[in-house]
Write a protein that binds this ligand. Structure first.
Ligand code: TGC
Ligand code: FAD
Length: 392
């Protein structure tokens, strides 16, 4: 493992725009990632294994549901703090950020925003502490980018609902205690429900042999006549906008998270370029390598500013879904390009597990696909600019 001390670059003094509390939170997460994630993540990824014990540690740090009010076990922080936490976690690995984003934005957020008071009290404190793990089921085998076509159905049976259908590509489903699932009712309206592990007819098989996000567990959700008590329906939302509001929060977090992966690649490449000698000089002395480093830093800085401004807008509740799409799309693509360029700077060493770059690069191939693909976010921007939907 390449082991230089890490000080994240802040080329445009964005730190001056943060509060002291933000810097304290960031430094506690950064320290934890350096101590608890960096030393074990390469092995976990090679072994295709999620380091599950880290969930409770993230809970102790306040990284699960950071913006959920303290009365429900959250840390009561703002959106900027959430973003900074995501950057530090993804500097460690996208799988760790994924686990925290799903728990925070896709499980705690809908229960807090659309749930009953009983649901909030029952689930949120355990999710915040990491004692309970949650997952989010929207995507189906036949409906990924177009979730409105979903086939999963609930039928009202008087005292309970009967759930049938399946979901796939679900982060953490095999280890989750609860799943926030989206299914249509008899009138065709999308509803959200909380499915609990152990309910008869509910299984969550693992999806094996991924080349990407290897330190994250992915699986299916299969529902075969699962009885869902009525108190497990999220009462305060119906329609596709329910899951999409959750995605706004998760996509926002990813726009910050991707910056973390990019920073880790950039720092690794810079350190390596300054040390590695060819033709009698450090390779950092060659213009071609300087071009790569200078362009990477430029793009990272632009991504940091975009995320920071989006955080300000989110704090004021003024960020539009299209603005979030632009930031998620730009920053993930930026991180993937930075990973590819950094890998080249390391030459053959770049393909080994001695360095984090190839792992980040492979992870980012999922990040550019999930939470809305690169194409879909472009189409969302295009529709916003022109007023014309080009999806169909
Ligand atoms: P469309 O007709 O445009 O919209 C349906 C209703 O939803 C509203 N809406 C939104 N509301 C809030 N936030 C948004 N971002 C919204 N986008 C749309 C819209 O106003 C409408 O409301 P109403 O009241 O009129 O009914 O929907 P469409 O069927 O044409 O589809 C377009 C859309 C937006 C669904 C599609 O562009 C899209 O986003 N597809 C991507 C699907 C996606 O992102 N799936 C992610 C699955 S979860 C995941 O990947 C987790 S990875 C976790 C990890 O490990 O980190
Ligand atoms: P498709 O929708 O089949 O798209 C295939 C290609 O066609 C893409 O390039 C896409 O951009 C393009 N395309 C689609 N429609 C259009 C169009 N209208 N115009 C132009 N091009 C188009 N989902 C969950 O619900 N919960 C999770 O926790 C979750 N975790 C995930 C974890 C991982 C590791 C991965 C890889 C995925 C996860 N997903 C999850 C699923 C993810 O959200 C979907 O993969 C994603 O939304 C894309 O759907 P799809 O894979 O079916 O691709």
């Amino acid at each position: 493992m390449y082991n230089k001390s890490y000080q994240a670059v802040d080329y445009f003094n964005i730190d001056d725009l943060l509060g002291e509390d933000h810097k304290i939170i960031r430094s506690s997460i950064r320290d934890w990632v350096n101590r608890r994630v960096k030393p074990i993540i390469e092995k976990a990824a090679l072994e295709h294994r999620f380091p599950q014990g880290l969930m409770q540690e993230m809970g102790e740090l306040g990284a699960l549901g950071p913006y959920i009010p303290e009365q429900y076990g959250g840390a009561g922080l703002d959106q900027m703090a959430y973003g900074l936490i995501m950057t530090e976690l993804e500097r460690g690995d996208s799988a760790i950020r994924s686990a925290a984003s799903v728990q925070s934005s896709l499980v705690m957020y809908p229960i807090y925003t659309f749930g009953s008071e009983e649901q909030r009290k029952k689930f949120l404190p355990k999710l915040a502490s990491g004692e309970m793990i949650g997952c989010f089921g929207l995507t189906e085998p036949g409906y990924g980018s177009d979730p409105g076509g979903m086939l999963s159905r609930i039928q009202d049976k008087g005292g309970h609902y009967l759930l049938n259908g399946s979901k796939m590509w679900i982060t953490n489903s095999p280890i989750a205690d609860i799943a926030v699932v989206w299914a249509k009712d008899e009138s065709g309206k999308v509803r959200g429900l909380i499915v609990e592990k152990g309910m008869p007819g509910f299984t969550a098989p693992e999806t094996k042999d991924k080349w990407s996000l290897r330190a994250s567990i992915t699986g299916e959700l299969v529902f075969d006549d699962v009885r869902i008590p009525k108190e497990n329906i999220l009462p305060n939302i119906s329609g596709l906008k329910g899951p999409l509001k959750c995605l706004n929060s998760a996509r926002y977090g990813i726009s910050w998270g991707a910056v973390g992966a990019a920073l880790d690649c950039y720092h690794t490449a810079l350190d390596y370029a300054l040390e590695r000698k060819q033709f009698g000089k450090p390779i950092a002395a060659f213009q071609l390598q300087q071009k790569k480093l200078a362009e990477m830093l430029t793009e990272i800085t632009k991504g940091q500013l975009l995320a920071w401004r989006l955080g300000m807008l989110r704090n004021e509740d003024k960020a539009s879904p299209a603005q979030i799409s632009m930031a998620k799309r730009n920053n993930v693509n930026m991180a993937l390009q930075v990973a590819r360029e950094s890998r080249q700077i390391l030459g053959a060493m770049g393909i080994t597990a001695d360095f984090p770059i190839m792992r980040h690069m492979m992870n980012l191939e999922s990040v550019i696909t999930y939470e809305g693909t690169h194409d879909i976010h472009l189409l969302i921007t295009g529709a916003d600019i022109t007023g014309i939907q080009a999806f169909e």
